[in-house]
Design a protein around this ligand. Structure first.
Ligand SMILES: [Zn+2]
Length: 161
């Protein structure tokens, strides 16, 4: 879904235990203050704020630059569940962490169950004040918002190309 996203933008850094090797790896996601859409019915857009993005098919360069500041292995991969390619987190063993799993399964990387769980998520503001275009979907609204309950970390400045 082609969307316009509005700042402030945040990079979320969490941790996921690998379903395949049993070790774990950093997993990242992006959050934005609001999303709007020019071509479609606005009724489908989330009314809450901030909005956590998932299934990112095309991202602004500054998001991809911000992703390289993390330890996550974040790259495009085909998802059978979603039937499309999107930017996915991977374990160091190579196993993919699908976004449904990270965002919609309680207790996983971006679905904290309580504020203590959420506090382990690092929240970096991305230094950008301009709205951007993106192709993605957005995660459901968990009662413990990872952006608001995460731990603020240093701001990330990225060159705007
Ligand atoms: Zn693994």
């Amino acid at each position: 879904m082609k969307l316009t996203i509005h700042p402030p933008f945040h990079l979320l850094r969490s941790w996921e235990v690998c379903w395949k090797c049993g070790a774990g790896a950093e997993a990242i996601a992006f959050a934005v203050a609001a999303v709007t859409c020019d071509d479609e019915d606005d009724d489908d857009l989330p009314v809450h704020s901030p909005v956590v993005l998932r299934d990112v098919e095309q991202a602004p360069l500054l998001f991809l630059a911000a992703a390289t500041r993390s330890d996550a292995d974040f790259k495009k991969r085909y998802s059978r569940a979603a039937d499309r390619e999107y930017f996915m987190n991977h374990c160091t063993c190579g196993a993919p962490f699908g976004d449904h799993f990270l965002h919609n399964e309680p207790g996983h990387a971006f679905y904290p169950l309580d504020p203590t769980d959420a506090a382990s998520i690092k929240v970096h503001e991305i230094d950008c004040t301009e709205s951007q275009e993106i192709d993605c979907w957005f995660a459901g609204w968990s009662s413990v918002c990872p952006v608001e309950n995460g731990t603020p970390a240093e701001r990330i400045a990225v060159p705007l190309g």
